[in-house]
Design a protein around this ligand. Structure first.
Ligand code: DUC
Ligand code: ZN
Ligand code: ZN
Length: 486
């Protein structure tokens, strides 16, 4: 008699620390048993295949107005369909507050959009652009209590950036109420000063974007944000790290025991600034902030992923079409300052890392699982529901054919209309993808209903717990019995 709704039979199952052949049984959308000889009402044969946790993409921009005021090309349907095709079964995009917005309205808006369109489960981060009294003392705490346990702040972009005092206010609030602060760390003054000079000299092509975002501007901002975070004992996660210098700053902070987590993305492993250097405005397709660098920086990002200086590998999917709706508001005349920043990556994040990482023997299968799923779930309060193959976890699974060869075409399933990875030949692909036990993609065919994705209220994770360590001056205050009220 069949005991389970579904059994995935005979696959090689990889978890965060082990890989072994076993069957996976699913009941009511969850993993009910792991073992041998399990029988289900429905069975999927996975012999010769790898069964991995569905990816968790903790950095993506979906149906979001960017810092420069441009609407992303993907809505919650197209973005999550693309995610599913690439083996990602959980996304954590941003609800973006712009300066005039009240947080409750922002949250309600994104909930309404995602609820009717998402095909995979989703959580939310916030972007905080206006940390006023109402936001800090009332709206942020309510959002956190409702499971939005992380928010991104910007050190650059005219419309989004926060001053140091505002950053400290946000950190203090995150610390008090239990949220993780994510930081876009680039020195605004260095970038805008150089960009002003470039434009004045008539250097407006996309390639000057990479010139203006010097590697020093990333390292300086990372250094500064770590000093701010250390002063208020607030764990931080620095997103989309691109440079040798930036990674080194993080490594030193971690060596001092600080809770500083790093993230990198496909564009920093697989693209370089040379990709941006194309005739006319074609290079805009590869413009993101920070920009891709060079081969040495790519190697440093791989090394950072291996040694833990970089903790998660996310897409930073920021889809803008190569037309007036996105990258090219003024057509051929668009300057690099006017181009929307960002590249798509939700669908290809996992296949790229599998092919160039696991198959090329740069990383192990277990490292792949940690970097694409488990570490995200743990850091952002979704573990063990997501990011792991264990009894009781959601049956979010990707069955990979490790030998399947795929040549990347001009587009993927998102709505960007291009991919920066066109023409690459990959080995290894997630051929069958399940979300809560339901097959949502099989051999390239989508079977997921619009709106089936569920909102994930996230729990406080270990990552966001303060160290309980004071800088000497604040320790002095405490010893005088007049501690700083964070
Ligand atoms: N940079 C960002 O900060 N966000 C979206 C994409 C990008 O390039
Ligand atoms: Zn950013
Ligand atoms: Zn981003």
């Amino acid at each position: 008699m069949a005991d389970f709704d579904l059994v995935i039979r005979g696959g090689t199952v990889a978890a965060e620390n082990t890989t072994r052949p076993c069957d996976i049984a699913v009941r009511d959308g969850r993993i009910a048993a792991l073992g041998e000889g399990l029988r289900g009402k429905r069975e999927i044969e996975a012999r010769g295949k790898l069964v991995l946790p569905g990816g968790v993409d903790s950095h993506c921009h979906i149906e979001q107005l960017s810092g420069m005021g441009v609407m992303a090309a993907d809505d919650f349907y197209t973005a999550t369909v693309a995610a599913a095709h690439g083996g990602t079964t959980t996304v954590i995009p941003f609800c973006a507050q712009h300066r005039a917005d009240a947080l409750p309205a922002v949250l309600a808006d994104y909930h309404a959009r995602a609820r009717e369109k998402a095909v995979v489960d989703y959580g939310f981060h916030l972007i905080i652009a206006n940390p006023d009294e109402q936001t800090l003392t009332t709206d942020l705490p309510s959002a956190i209590a409702a499971g939005v346990r992380s928010f991104k702040i910007f050190m650059t972009y005219d419309r989004m950036r926060l001053m140091d005092e505002q950053i400290l206010d946000v950190m203090a609030s995150a610390r008090r109420h239990g949220a993780l602060v994510m930081v876009h760390a680039e020195n605004h003054g260095m970038i805008s000063w150089l960009a002003g000079r470039m434009v004045k000299q008539g250097n407006t092509a996309p390639r000057y974007h990479a010139i203006c975002h010097t590697r020093g501007s990333e390292a300086e901002a990372i250094q500064r944000i770590i000093a701010l975070a250390e002063m208020v004992d607030c764990p931080i996660l620095i997103v989309h790290i691109s440079t040798i210098e930036g990674i080194e700053v993080i490594r030193q902070a971690r060596a001092r025991g600080l809770k500083v987590y790093g993230e990198t993305c496909p564009q920093y492993l697989f693209l370089t600034a040379k990709d941006i250097d194309r005739p006319g405005v074609l290079g805009a397709a590869f413009c993101c902030s920070p920009p891709p660098r060079d081969e040495a920086a790519q190697a440093a990002c791989w090394q950072g992923l291996k040694d833990g200086a970089l903790h998660v590998y996310s897409s930073d999917h920021a889809p803008y079409r190569m037309d007036a709706t996105g990258k090219l508001p003024k057509g051929e005349k668009t300057t690099f300052k006017e181009m929307a920043n960002g590249v798509p990556g939700l669908e290809l994040r996992l296949p790229l890392l599998f092919s160039y990482g696991v198959n090329a023997k740069r990383i192990s299968l277990e490292e792949f699982v940690r970097l694409t799923a488990t570490n995200h779930a743990k850091t952002y309060g979704l573990y063990p529901r997501k990011g792991v193959i264990a009894v009781g976890s959601d049956a979010d699974l990707a069955i990979w054919d490790p030998e399947k060869r795929v040549k990347i075409g001009p587009t993927t399933h998102d709505n960007t209309g291009y991919t920066p990875y066109e023409g690459r030949e990959l080995t290894g692909w997630p051929v069958t993808v399940l979300s809560r036990g339901e097959v949502i993609v099989d051999e390239g065919k989508l079977s997921a209903k619009r709106g089936r994705g569920q909102f994930l209220a996230r729990a406080p994770s270990d990552a966001l717990q303060p160290l309980g360590r004071q800088v000497p001056e604040l320790a002095q205050l405490t010893s005088w019995n007049t501690p700083l009220q964070l």
